[in-house]
Design a protein around this ligand. Structure first.
Ligand SMILES: Cc1cc2nc3c(=O)[nH]c(=O)nc-3n(C[C@H](O)[C@H](O)[C@H](O)COP(=O)(O)OP(=O)(O)OC[C@H]3O[C@@H](n4cnc5c(N)ncnc54)[C@H](O)[C@@H]3O)c2cc1C
Length: 323
């Protein structure tokens, strides 16, 4: 089903929440905003309420209003690791992006707001002769999303460089966590999926290094990506997490799924763990395809692949559904 075919439905809290959000300073609010343009897949139906905070006070006030109205909240960063349902998202979607992307360097430390671009931070680190973010140069999206996901590659991840995270609870109260308190794990943290905390900024600790060595590592990682990933296409990075001791991409390729299609969604012929939107793919197409792939890998190798990509606006339990 395409987003255009989605039937009209009453907006969540149209009377109460809409009025409250409109009165809050430091945020931009749109009703019924289509979300496809905010995702790297270019897929996703409308949000009842789409809120872009320009200040953390505005964010806190919007969260408080949603909390008091019992409205569900979904957080969006760069939308580079998400599949948003064609039917869209009920409640309030908060997008942390450019308006909240201040970056302040202090020697080998940096404080950045959650909306800062992760690849841009990596580039700035190189310019400052600092090591620790080389792995991130090719990971699109925001700092907030990278922290929630504990984004990583090439033996690096966010957990190693995060010293402190500033967050807002969903009732609008501000909290700060040490790196250890973030409960980082493989592609996850306490911030992911709980809906409880929204990262507003973080302090990272890098180490001084020879700029030529930093540049060489970064270039090497980026070149490897260019060779192995379908860059320049509409995708959301790795669809599945790597199972212990193996690679999802290897299993998918060995199971013969490369090139499989559902509508305009295709398993990349370059990297089996990427699904590409060839133009008009719906979320339903991508979802059908990823389930087929998961089923085939399970039949062939007995391995249940877990989703890395986050499903938004899907019915509860959609992540596990194997039928
Ligand atoms: C071409 C390509 C290559 C990629 N390569 C890699 C890779 O090598 N390694 C890797 O780990 N990932 C990779 N990814 C996936 C993705 O880029 C990362 O996971 C990225 O860190 C997600 O950031 P985002 O801002 O886009 O988050 P989003 O996709 O917007 O959100 C991801 C999750 O984080 C949550 N979130 C976002 N912002 C916040 C916040 N401020 N507070 C709390 N929760 C928040 C969201 O609710 C969602 O659950 C790749 C993606 C693409 C398209």
């Amino acid at each position: 089903m395409s987003a255009a075919a989605v039937p009209a439905r009453p907006r969540w809290g149209a009377e109460t929440l809409g009025r409250r959000l409109a009165a809050i300073a430091g945020i931009t609010v749109r009703a019924g905003e289509p979300l496809a343009r905010y995702t790297s897949f270019r897929i996703g139906g409308p949000a009842d309420w789409f809120v872009v905070p320009e200040t953390t006070a505005g964010l806190a006030a919007a969260l408080r209003a949603a909390w008091e109205e019992g409205c569900p909240v979904t957080v969006l960063g760069g939308g580079t690791n998400l599949l948003i349902a064609d039917e869209g998202v009920r409640g309030m979607v908060v997008r942390l992006g450019r308006p909240l992307s201040r970056v302040e360097w202090d020697g080998a430390s940096v404080y950045a707001q959650a909306g800062a671009s992760l690849p841009a931070l990596a580039k700035q680190a190189l310019q400052r002769h600092l090591s620790g973010l080389e792995f991130a140069a090719g990971i699109p999206g925001t700092l907030g999303g990278a922290i929630a996901m504990n984004a990583g590659a090439h033996d690096g991840d966010m957990a190693r460089i995060v010293r402190r995270v500033e967050a807002v609870r969903r009732d609008g109260t501000a909290v700060s966590f040490t790196g250890a308190e973030c409960r980082f794990r493989y592609r996850g943290s306490r911030f992911l999926g709980s809906g409880e905390w929204i990262v507003t900024g973080a302090h990272l600790e890098l180490v001084p290094d020879d700029p030529a060595a930093v540049a060489a590592r970064m270039a090497h990682y980026l070149e490897r990506r260019r060779r192995t990933q379908p860059l320049g296409t509409r995708n959301a990075g790795s669809i599945f997490k790597n199972p212990p001791g193996d690679y999802a991409g290897r299993l998918i390729e060995a199971a013969g799924c490369k090139g499989w299609r559902e509508g305009d969604a295709e398993v990349s012929t370059l990297h089996g763990n990427f699904i590409i939107n060839r133009g008009g793919a719906s979320a339903a197409d991508v979802y059908r395809l990823l389930r087929r792939v998961r089923r085939r890998v399970k039949e062939r190798f007995g391995v249940s692949l877990e989703l890395e990509v986050g499903l938004v606006g899907f019915p509860e339990g959609a992540e596990e559904d194997e039928v």
